[in-house]
Design a protein around this ligand. Structure first.
Ligand code: P1T
Length: 387
């Protein structure tokens, strides 16, 4: 049976063990990669619990059990990407239903809502979820979902999860929280009343920049059944190799996040004190306007740091000059990355909306990796001096 201790094991123990057991045939300590599309049935009308790999796959199920245990939910449902996970939740709705979404989400989420799903008749209102009154005022009789990110990508804005859950539930809507930036090591939305946690597992959960993947975690059995139905009916499942790679990643999530949190804080403090920076956005800094909420709601502040350099020219000069910080989209890998959201991850957001939220051409986003902090600070210092 499962080696998973069931006497309330700690986070790191769950990260290593939850969802897994030694392979019943060989005792293999890692779940095998069940690279198969179908399963032979002993006779018509009887199967071994596995019919077709879009619907069931043991490697994927191990990953789902693992991440569900980290978020403190009963069900994990894996997807081919973070966006397909979020999309599946919208597919629970009908044309004419309404969603209230944080305005400063990942640009691709905004693009999917605005340019794809709204064409199918689901209506979206975008608000600043830092302000609960804006969320409350946006609710309509047919609002079925409130979607938030906290911290947001890339402005590192927060919303109060308990407040969001109360408001959504008053309006008979579900609360979905994209927990990609925080990870369950730092923040567990289900404990604060959220109904659905969404992840791009592409990021910290996998942690090694070699997979695109997504995950939803829910506690409610009926909601899980409805999401499973959408997934099997529409098909955005991850392959078994990718599920296995993410599972290998989550085993060290607690070790990596401690290092990301520590390095993120050190980089944020360094940049805040640096004369070249106009502003630094990091919830762990006392200067962050929502630091008190961050300290209450989060156990750590991640490796994501954004900074304003004052102009697009300065931002370009900076990101072109770092060596250890690789110029790339994505985040959450062990290697440090840097980018200019207005030209990269958020280019699809209309310019006036970007400007309104502070996603200027001079905004630089850093995903601080787990390299030696002295080397990372040297890299930033040298590139900033060359500006
Ligand atoms: O790329 P995909 O696995 O589909 O995940 C989309 C997604 C969802 N939610 C958040 C908060 C994200 O940051 C992302 C993807 N983000 C990037 C690629 C990026 O560089 O910001």
């Amino acid at each position: 049976m499962s080696p998973t201790p069931d006497n309330n094991p700690g986070f790191g123990t769950r990260a290593v063990h939850a969802g897994q057991r030694p392979d019943p045939t060989t005792g293999a300590i890692m779940p095998p990669i069940y690279q198969t599309s179908t399963y032979v049935q002993p006779e018509l009308g009887r199967h071994l619990g596995y019919e077709y790999a879009r619907v069931q796959n043991p490697t994927r199920e191990a990953l789902e059990g693992n991440i569900a245990a980290l978020e403190g939910g009963a069900h994990g449902i894996a997807f081919a990407s973070g966006l397909s996970a979020i999309e599946a939740v919208i597919k629970l709705l009908d044309a004419g239903d309404h969603v209230v979404s944080e305005e400063n989400t990942y640009g691709g989420t905004n693009r999917m809502f605005n340019k794809v799903l709204s064409r199918l008749g689901v209506e979206f209102t975008f608000v600043d979820t830092r302000d609960p009154d804006q969320v409350r005022a946006a609710l309509r009789p047919r609002t079925r979902l409130v979607h938030v990110e906290t911290p947001t990508n890339p402005m590192m804005r927060l919303c109060d999860l308990e407040q969001m859950a109360t408001i959504a539930h008053e309006g008979d809507a579900l609360l979905m929280v994209d927990n990609t930036f925080a990870t369950p090591f730092n923040q567990r939305p289900l404990e604060r009343g959220a109904d659905i946690v969404a992840h791009s597992t592409t990021k910290y959960l996998n942690g090694h920049s070699d997979v695109i993947g997504g995950m939803l975690v829910v506690d409610d059995d009926d909601l899980a059944d409805r999401i499973h139905f959408v997934r099997k009916s529409t098909g955005a499942v991850p392959g078994p190799m990718d599920a296995w790679l993410v599972l290998r990643g989550t085993k060290t999530l607690h070790l990596r996040m401690r290092a990301h949190n520590e390095n993120g804080m050190a980089v944020a403090r360094f940049l805040e004190d640096h004369p070249a920076s106009v502003a630094v956005f990091y919830p762990g800094l006392e200067s962050h306007p929502q630091h008190e909420l961050a300290a209450r709601q989060m156990d750590g502040f991640t490796g994501m740091v954004s900074m304003e350099l004052g102009s697009g020219e300065r931002a370009k000069a900076f990101v072109d000059r770092t060596h250890l910080f690789a110029l790339a989209e994505s985040l959450g890998g062990v290697e440090s990355m840097i980018g200019v959201p207005a030209l990269m991850t958020h280019a699809s957001v209309p310019e006036d909306r970007r400007a309104f939220m502070g996603v200027t051409d001079g905004l630089v986003r850093l995903s601080v990796g787990v390299e030696e902090i002295g080397d990372l600070l040297d890299d930033l210092d040298r590139a900033l001096k060359e500006l």
